[in-house]
Each structure stands twice: as C-alpha cells, then as structure tokens.
Design a protein around this ligand. Structure first.
Ligand SMILES: NC(=O)c1ccc[n+]([C@@H]2O[C@H](COP(=O)([O-])OP(=O)(O)OC[C@H]3O[C@@H](n4cnc5c(N)ncnc54)[C@H](OP(=O)(O)O)[C@@H]3O)[C@@H](O)[C@H]2O)c1
Length: 311
C-alpha cells in the first residue's frame, strides 16, 4: 500500500490541477513557474520533482536555509509554541532560545530535552481540551506573546482507505487535534488579549485538495489526516479574515518534510523527497514566520521554497 503524506510521482508532475476557478489560475501560475523562477507563485505538487528541481537549479533557499535565514528578529520576542516537547516543535523552541527569544511551550507533557532548554512549559494542556486551553494555558501564560505557533499535530500510522478499512474515530481525532486545535488555542489567546503579534499555524501540504490528484493519484488514502489539514486551512483563512480588523495576521505554513517521529514511517523516502533534520525545518519555519504580516495574512506557504500552495 502506498502511503502518501508527501509522496508524489514524477510522472504526475505536469498533471497538477483539475478543477475550476482558482484551479485554472493555479494552472496558469504553475505554467509560469515552469518558465521562470522569478514568476513563480505556487510550489510544485510533486515532491520528488520539487526536490529534483531545487537541486538542478542549485536553489540555495531550498537546499541551504542558512544562506537566507536571519533569526535575529526573534531576540526579545515572546513566542508561544504548542507541541514543543519533541520533533519539529522542540527544534523550533531550541532555535527560539538560541536567538534570545522568550519561548513558552504549551502541551500535554514536557520532555527531558525540552526541560533542558529552561523555558516556560505549560503542561497538562491537550489542544482538544477547551477547558484546559481557556483555563490553564491562559492563566499560566502571563504577558501577551508576539507570535503564536500552533505546531501540535497528529498523524497516526493506521490504515485509512476503502480497501484496508477506514478508522472513523481516528479521523475525528485528527480533525479535533489538527483543525480544531489551532482554533481553540488561537481563540482563547485572542479573547484573553494575549496576542500582540501574529498567529502561525503549522499545517501541511496534505491539506491541499488540488495536490491530492498528484500526491494521492489513483490511491486516495489517509482520509483523516488530509481532511484534518484541509479543515485546518479553511479555519486559518476564516480566522485571518476575522482578525483583520484587529490587525492580527494569520499565516498557514507547510513546514517541509522533516525527519521526525511522525514521518519515521516514511524513512525509506526521506532522501529522495528531500526530508531534512528538524533543526533545518525549524529555521525554514522561522524564516517564514518573520513574514507573518497583514500583507500575507491568510496565505498558505511552503517553507521549503517560500512559494504558495494552492487550496
Ligand atoms: N514532520 C513533517 O514532515 C511534517 C510535515 C507536514 C506537517 N507537519 C506538522 O508539523 C507539526 C509537528 O510535526 P512533527 O513531525 O514534529 O510531529 P511529532 O514529532 O509527532 O510531534 C507532534 C507534537 O504534537 C503534540 N501533540 C499531539 N497531540 C496533541 C494534543 N492533543 N494536544 C497537545 N499536543 C499534542 C505532541 O505532544 P505529545 O508528546 O503530547 O504527543 C508533539 O509535541 C505537526 O502539526 C505536523 O502535522 C509535519
């Protein structure tokens, strides 16, 4: 069985988009993206082709984030990160601390690696638990934050297809964590007056309906995970619209393909699809977080190349 978080096939690279309206515009933008890197608006759906193109073009932005990333903007900033005890979230917190930011981590539990960083950790907060989010998280947070990074997510190693059987309870759990989780956290923080800057949602390219025809071509599968990220994206766009009048930008990010516990089931394709260590992924994310401005509010960005992902 082919499992497709990020997997694509080169053969599908040009058959990117079916659909109407925005889809047609996306096709045009994609066509433009083939001709000149300056005109590119959208990233490529095919992850193998995307990574291969970056190597062909020696795209330093993609291949070596250190050539463009400057984390000095984070010095003295207060940043709340959910799910920061392991994986990408932990790497983001580590980078925040290294840059002199004041990180506050919110989650169910801490870890020895997180404890070693010495930042504030608010435990006992499951992002599906509205009472804990509105109560414990807000009560223990203190001063408002400059950035909220909704990073907590869930992608279990299960079967989820007609052929192998769908797990509806797991589908609902993924939607609860990955789509409603960022909304619960963001709503509680905004209502409590704890956001003085931007809200960032770590989503996934898996939420792009348009890209399913490439990344899940002829297979489908992973319904719960991919639906949860599509819902997450719509939640992010609505939040961006609602918070415009408050001057709070909302940015949706695909963090790239990171070598974490979540993707260990894909370790066989890590190298061909350009997976990176979480420390690199964290810099890619924080490079884009800097651009969380009102001009870009509501956009969905691929942190690998800085290009947009179509809905
Ligand atoms: N890795 C990738 O290539 C990739 C690609 C696309 C998107 N993403 C997204 O990036 C984020 C980080 O991924 P990762 O690879 O670092 O995953 P990971 O290693 O599995 O870490 C997930 C984090 O989310 C927390 N979490 C899960 N369920 C939670 C809940 N109900 N309440 C509070 N915290 C919860 C976990 O904490 P516990 O210890 O409590 O479980 C953990 O800290 C996720 O949102 C993921 O969907 C990752």
């Amino acid at each position: 069985m082919r499992r497709t978080l990020l997997l694509g096939t080169a053969a599908c690279a040009s058959g990117l988009v079916l659909g109407s309206g925005g889809g047609v515009r996306a096709v045009r933008a994609q066509a433009a993206s083939m001709s000149s890197s300056d005109e590119r608006v959208f990233s490529l759906a095919d992850q193998v082709a995307r990574f291969a193109r970056a190597k062909e073009e020696n795209n330093r932005r993609y291949l070596d984030i250190d050539t463009v990333y400057d984390g000095s903007y984070l010095k003295g900033k207060r940043v709340l990160v959910t799910g920061g005890n392991q994986g990408l979230g932990l790497a983001i917190v580590r980078e925040l601390v290294a840059q002199g930011a004041e990180a506050v981590v919110v989650g169910r539990r801490s870890s020895p690696d997180l404890d070693a960083l010495g930042c504030q950790v608010i435990t006992g907060v499951d992002v599906t638990d509205e009472a804990a989010v509105k109560g414990k998280m807000v009560d223990e947070l203190g001063e408002p934050v400059d950035y909220v990074i909704n990073n907590a997510g869930y992608f279990p190693d299960i079967t989820d297809s007609v052929a192998d059987g769908m797990m509806f309870s797991e589908q609902l759990k993924q939607i609860d964590i990955c789509a409603l989780g960022p909304l619960r956290v963001s709503e509680a923080l905004v209502k409590a007056g704890k956001v003085r800057g931007a809200i960032v949602v770590i989503s996934s390219q898996a939420g792009s309906a348009e890209w399913r025809t490439t990344q899940n071509a002829d297979e489908g599968g992973d319904y719960g995970h991919h639906m949860s990220r599509a819902a997450c994206n719509i939640g992010g766009v609505l939040l961006a619209e609602e918070l415009k009048k408050r001057g709070v930008p909302v940015l949706l990010l695909h963090p790239g393909f990171n070598k974490t516990g979540m993707t260990s089931k894909y370790s066989h394709i890590w190298e061909v699809e350009g997976a990176v260590d979480a420390a690199v992924g964290a810099k890619r994310v924080l490079h884009e977080v800097r651009g969380a401005t009102m001009e870009r509010t509501g956009q969905f960005i691929n942190c690998e190349d800085g290009l947009r992902i179509p809905w």
